[in-house]
Design a protein around this ligand. Structure first.
Ligand code: ZN
Length: 189
């Protein structure tokens, strides 16, 4: 029997830990920290944006803002410069909520697409790693993150890169656009 959220809450609420983040080279902040009080479970999962494709931004988007598209997939960036050199999102054209919802043919193509987008992002240069991630707790329309961190700055390695993106100042607009143009060029090559 899996632990219910209520059981987890009762077990954990007075037993929260603070890992020694201040000793971690990759932790972006200084100063003493305390964990937030754990809030009790809600009666149901909160709805995600665009549930069931209703009011879904990805479904409604005609495609102008995408860096690259084909019959099944689309690749897009955000509207403004990021702190990290490149962040792009890969989405299926059609609305699927979870990786396990993809038809087998599309799921098989996804492997090829992930490798292709990763190569395209890496081709920008001065990239230490391209993190490939899927969270999916915000918008329901399936999307994979490709998060490029700069090379040779050990503090920026690992999963905190996603937080460092908001800590680092945004890239100069021109460099950001050039980076995205290189990704788009590599996808089309
Ligand atoms: Zn959608």
């Amino acid at each position: 029997m899996p632990e219910t959220p209520e059981q987890l809450y009762e077990r954990a609420r007075d037993a929260l830990r603070t890992p020694p983040v201040e000793e971690w080279e990759t932790w972006p902040f200084e100063g003493e920290l305390h964990p937030r009080a754990l809030e009790p479970p809600e009666p149901q999962e909160r709805p995600r944006r665009g549930e069931g494709g209703i009011g879904c931004k990805a479904c409604e988007d005609p495609g102008d803002r995408y860096l690259w598209t084909d019959d099944h997939w689309r690749l897009r960036a955000f509207d403004r410069p990021t702190g990290l050199p490149v962040i792009v999102l890969l989405e299926p054209r059609d609305h699927y909520a979870e990786p396990g919802d993809l038809p087998d043919e599309l799921a098989a193509g996804l492997g090829v697409m992930i490798a292709r987008v990763e190569r395209a992002v890496r081709s920008v240069g001065e990239i230490g790693r391209v993190h490939v991630c899927r969270w999916g707790d915000g918008g329901e329309h399936l999307h994979w993150w490709f998060i490029a961190r700069p090379a040779r700055i050990p503090q920026l390695i690992g999963s905190f890169a996603a937080i460092w993106d908001d800590v680092l100042p945004p890239l100069p607009e021109e460099i950001w656009r050039e980076n995205l143009a290189r990704v788009a060029g590599a996808m089309s090559a």
